[in-house]
Design a protein around this ligand. Structure first.
Ligand code: PLP
Length: 330
């Protein structure tokens, strides 16, 4: 039987949960810097504050949600271990959180995931299980690990504690700079955006929130427009952290309730935004991490003189790839 809306509502985290997550993360996650650039402000005609999660542990905000979830495991869950499916930042986030909390971690990755990512994950002490995405069923591998070995699955975004943990980045930003007029946040499965909305509701309620997804995969935009979770094929984009095929049940419910505006950015716009961040701020940002800034640059003329928050969500991009992207070769 499909869940009623009330039923989902009762399972959504609140700002109280974000505050509790912040306590758990204190002294464990970095309180990342809020950076500014006079030249970017002049260029775009606004007062822009960047929350730089590219400087977070593992190079992206995902450590926040992962640690918040794992630190609440029961003794039995800790003993049995955690399992996650990911070849990206969620994998490394779970692996590091598990290492810090002494929980065995199993990360399930497709056999064609970049070797560097598998190596980075294994370096945190996680067991990496590869599967062939064409001949093996990931769900079956997962069920086996969960049911037979008693592991707890932590999904990358549609999870109460993950959402609450992700909300702590914007909580810090708003505590540091006060209220803002607009806030631009990258959007994949919606864990970061929905957690951020909880913090905005409490700390900067009049702020206009923009979620930004790749133009090639605007399922979030369509989902809010159509009032249902739209599923799409894996989008072709350089924003590999936002190649999600659909929002989650919990993240969608929070988005629907708060009604952020969803914008999109094209790959060339992401490259331009990354180039601007390297040039003026001297920071390395991965394509997905530049979604918010790319969208803001496009609509800056409508935010003249305003205070604008931009969340830089991660910086995990191979230097050679970054160079090729900026040189226009990839
Ligand atoms: C995962 C990720 C996102 C998207 O986050 P969701 O919670 O899935 O919306 C954005 N940027 C980076 C760098 C990520 O790793």
């Amino acid at each position: 039987m499909p869940e009623t809306r009330n039923n989902v509502e009762s399972r959504l985290p609140t700002y109280e949960e974000v505050m509790a997550a912040a306590k758990r993360l204190e002294g464990v996650a970095h309180r990342t810097p809020v950076l500014r650039s006079r030249l970017i402000d002049e260029q775009l005609g606004a007062e822009v504050v960047f929350k730089c999660e590219n400087f977070q542990r593992i190079g992206a905000f995902k450590f926040r949600g992962a640690y918040n979830a794992l630190s609440q495991f029961s003794p039995e869950q800790r003993r049995a271990g955690v399992v996650a499916y990911s070849s990206g930042n969620h994998a490394q986030a779970i692996a590091l959180a598990a290492q810090l909390l002494d929980v065995p971690a199993t990360i399930v990755m497709p056999h064609d995931a970049p070797p560097a990512k598998a190596a980075a994950t294994a370096a945190y002490g996680a067991t990496v299980v590869r599967y062939d995405r064409y001949t093996e069923d990931r769900e079956e591998i997962g069920r086996d690990l969960e049911e037979r070995h008693g592991l707890t699955l932590i999904p990358p975004y549609d999870h109460y504690d993950v959402i609450a943990g992700q909300g702590t980045a914007v909580k810090e930003l708003l505590e540091d700079v006060g209220e803002v007029d607009a806030l631009f946040i990258p959007l994949g499965g919606g864990g970061l955006l929905s957690g951020s909305l909880l913090s905005v509701g409490a700390l900067s309620p009049h702020c206009a929130v923009y979620g930004v997804e790749p133009e090639a995969g605007n399922d979030g935009q369509r989902s809010l427009r159509e009032g249902r979770i739209v599923h799409i094929d894996t989008p072709q984009t350089i924003a590999d952290g936002a190649q999600t095929q659909h929002l989650g049940e919990l993240t969608f419910a929070i988005l629907q309730r708060s009604g952020p505006t969803i914008l999109t950015a094209t790959d060339p716009e992401l490259v331009e935004a990354m180039g601007s961040l390297v040039t003026f701020m001297k920071i390395v940002v991965e394509p997905t991490g530049a979604l918010g800034f790319a969208a803001f640059r496009r609509m800056a003329s409508r935010l003249q003189g305003r205070r604008v928050g931009v969340l830089i969500s991660g910086g995990n991009v191979d230097p050679a790839r970054l160079g090729a992207l900026l040189a226009g070769a990839a």
